[in-house]
Design a binder for this molecule. Structure first.
Ligand code: SAM
Length: 234
């Protein structure tokens, strides 16, 4: 087990920044985060009614961005404090069930979901391959995976500026707003270390997804990874 990403430590870190999470996000993304999350909407399967599982749902921003009356949501996260804020934000709604649980052991039956979303979450799990296998398990055949995550831009010119932003501005601004340093150096480090672009698409394919693709946003610093569960599991 990757000790720096133990469930307990990560949950504790997000518990500590939960109250400031949304505000910090808005500042650090320069107001772009809602637009990135909203972009997932057009890739949801086109059906009369849908079941969508949002893993690492945090304060509920991904659900809020794509919510529509024909979707039943399950929002799952390991942080109690992040979920508390999600509950407040999303209100009392029979269509939205929020629960404590891990993306590595999703507390749902097999083949219940038309789509699984995970935004800025998979970077935090200790075993991304296992997480992908769990997602495959809960997806219906033909169901879709939509993963939003930071990525490393291809262009050296953009990379120069994004490295400066990620390694200097993010930790400084994060600390200024939350008075905590660790979560924001952790953010910078994990962006650098995590799979990006083709290597993540390959990981999805290695773990059983088909029709995979990557859509880049924000000059390649954010990517949406899309894939499907085969109709008949291979
Ligand atoms: C950067 S936040 C993203 C929250 C939300 N998806 C969003 O777009 O704002 C990462 C979230 O992942 C959650 N998380 C980390 N590891 C997890 C795991 N193994 N299972 C479920 N949630 C996890 C954290 O508690 C945190 O709420």
């Amino acid at each position: 087990m990757n000790q720096t990403k133990s469930r307990h430590k990560i949950a504790q870190m997000f518990d500590q920044i939960a109250v400031e999470y949304d505000r910090t996000n808005r500042y650090l993304s320069l107001g772009q985060d809602f637009r990135w999350r909203k972009s997932l909407k057009k890739y949801l399967p086109q059906k009369e009614s849908l079941v969508v599982v949002d893993l690492a749902c945090g304060t509920g921003n991904q659900i809020a961005a794509i919510d529509q009356p024909n979707i039943k949501f399950y929002g799952i996260d390991i942080s109690k404090e992040m979920l508390k804020i999600a509950k407040k934000k999303l209100g009392d709604n029979d269509r939205i069930e929020l629960m404590i649980g891990s993306a590595l052991q999703i507390p749902l039956d097999d083949e219940v979901a038309d789509a699984v979303t995970i935004s800025f979450g998979i970077r935090n799990v200790s075993d991304p391959a296992r997480c992908l296998m769990e997602i495959l398990r809960v997806l219906k055949p033909g169901g879709r995976i939509l993963i939003l995550e930071f990525s490393i831009p291809q262009s050296n010119f953009v990379r120069f500026f994004s490295d400066f932003y990620v390694h200097k501005i993010v930790p400084w601004m994060g600390k200024k707003i939350t008075k905590k340093q660790l979560p924001y150096t952790y953010l910078s480090d994990t962006i650098e270390e995590f799979y990006s672009g083709e290597s993540f698409v390959q990981l999805m394919e290695d773990n059983g997804f088909i029709h995979t693709s990557q859509k880049t946003m924000n000059f390649g610093t954010v990517s949406l990874y899309i894939g499907e569960k085969p109709q008949h599991n291979r």
